[in-house]
Design a protein around this ligand. Structure first.
Ligand code: NAP
Length: 455
């Protein structure tokens, strides 16, 4: 099978790759497993030196690396550069903190000594999506390698250039050969990789159906999995909220990466009293967004990554409209070959419509008018997803209470939009997945939490 990288803005085929054969995949995994048995013996200092080199390489080559992303999936250049800088941050974060996160933890018992020791487990498979083609990989790679594990990457089939560039960067940073390798394979080859005895665990970032498939394959051979899946993040705008700030931050989050973000704000649940005011400011700001060439500094949103993804999004909008949703702005397919989708705002969205239940992976926002906080929470939680959520209110105590006890989500931000941060755990509940990435908790997902007792 052939994998194609297509520039979504120009429609040109950038490159075609033949998928690796199963014999090639097995050989690479054997090499990575071999590398693990040496890498696990290295000190944190040695690993951190390589990780710091990787950080430096990312910063040195950020223009070039951002260009690969822009070409393969249409991200606007400014955001692509920010993504590379964030990857550099996660490298330095784990270079500096991995040792303390994985230090032995003494526990008081009747024995003369008892403690927890965190040990690497081997080669971990990472199945990754195209939407943040560097960041998603680095937030796995940095903690995994610092913990003493090795990794193989199966990236999304439309971003093979990004996948190979990451493999090359790791090499150039001075990591030993085969500590991290890319497998150019399609999704149908993933099950066999998971079943390979040399693979010890799997992490997937992607859609909920892909997560279910990978979790089943991992479960059938009793291997641990971490799943970072889709989201339909609700934002509550309470009647005491700073409206101008709420509208601005909600629009920023909804339009980031042309709306193709798992933690993009997607549903806006607004108190009746301020609904009309919020709606008019929100629609005004959505309308200001300029879609166009992702290399043009004036562009705020680039094309969606693939034509099929744009058409699927339009279908969700169209079906919702047929069922009675009101399209305030957008909701059409612009002329031209690039898969653009205009900023779109829907209201009167009800259960039974795709826009009510499904993830909208593009610049489409849904507004709900509610008459009480109970109703707001009910609508916010009336979803299979549970990734992020937001609350805008002047009453911080209430915001914290809703964040802690009201909203079913893995991360809730009060008076801001949800962002991933190396220092904070990241992940979801319900069908948004399980396990956590980033922070001390993320690095401990793929280690043997070993109890040692000395009588
Ligand atoms: P996707 O279609 O699920 O693909 C993600 C990865 O999984 C790709 O490498 C894909 O390979 C592979 N894959 C797909 N089906 C598979 C299967 N049945 N078995 C094994 N592997 C499979 O998702 P996407 O379209 O790339 O990304 C968008 C989705 O990712 C959205 O739902 C978004 O919310 C979610 N996401 C979540 C997070 C998070 O942290 N929670 C972050 C970013 C994105 P192929 O490309 O070869 O099909």
């Amino acid at each position: 099978m052939t994998m194609q990288s297509i520039n979504p803005f120009s429609g040109e085929t950038i490159r075609e790759y033949d998928e690796y054969s199963s014999a090639e995949v097995e050989q690479i995994i054997a090499n990575v497993d071999h590398a693990f048995h040496l890498w696990k013996l290295t000190s944190f200092e040695q690993r951190a030196a390589c990780m710091k080199n990787l950080q430096a390489k990312l910063l040195e080559k950020k223009e070039e690396l951002a260009g690969i992303m822009v070409a393969e999936m249409g991200k606007v250049k400014r955001e692509a550069i920010g993504e590379i800088e964030k990857c550099a941050w996660v490298c330095s974060f784990y270079a500096e903190n991995a040792e303390s996160f994985l230090d032995n933890e003494p526990i008081k018992t009747e024995a003369s000594e008892s403690y927890i020791s965190y040990q690497p487990i081997g080669t971990v498979l990472a199945v990754m999506p195209w939407n943040f083609p560097f960041w998603q990989v680095f937030r796995f790679l940095a903690p995994a390698l610092m913990a003493g594990n090795t990794g193989v990457l199966k990236h999304a089939s439309n971003v093979s250039d990004c996948a190979l560039a990451i493999e090359q960067l790791v090499r150039e940073a001075g990591f030993p050969e085969n500590v991290f390798r890319t497998l150019l394979i399609g999704s149908s080859a993933v099950k066999a990789v998971i079943e390979n005895p040399k693979i010890k665990a799997v992490t997937l970032t992607g859609s909920t159906p892909a997560g279910k498939s990978v979790a089943s394959a991992a479960g059938s051979v009793l291997k641990k999995s971490v799943l970072e899946l889709g989201g339909s993040d609700p934002y509550l705008i309470l009647e005491d909220a700073d409206l101008e700030m709420a509208a601005r931050l909600c629009v920023t989050s909804r339009l980031l990466n042309a709306g193709q973000s798992c933690i993009g704000a997607k549903r806006f649940i607004v108190a009746d009293k301020i609904y009309d005011q919020f709606k008019s400011e929100f629609v005004r700001l959505m309308n200001e967004a300029k879609f166009g060439d992702p290399l043009d500094p004036q562009t705020t949103i680039g094309p969606l990554a693939r034509v099929d993804l744009r058409d699927e999004l339009h279908q969700q909008v169209w079906e919702s409209r047929e069922l009675g949703a009101i399209v305030l702005i957008g909701g059409y397919i612009p002329d031209g070959i690039a898969p653009f989708y205009p900023p779109t705002v829907l209201e009167n969205v009800l259960p039974g419509m795709p826009a009510y239940h499904e993830e909208l992976f593009g610049p489409v926002a849904v507004l709900f008018r509610v008459s009480s906080e109970d109703e707001a929470i009910r609508i916010a939680n009336d979803t299979v997803f549970g990734l992020g959520a937001g609350v805008f209110t002047a009453d911080i105590a209430k915001g914290k209470m809703l964040a802690e006890k009201g909203l079913q989500a893995g991360c809730v931000f009060v008076n801001d939009f949800v962002k991933s941060d190396p220092r904070l755990p990241f992940g979801g509940v319900k069908e948004s997945g399980y396990g956590r990435e980033l922070s001390a908790i993320g690095i401990r997902e793929f280690v043997n939490v070993k109890t040692v007792v000395v009588k």
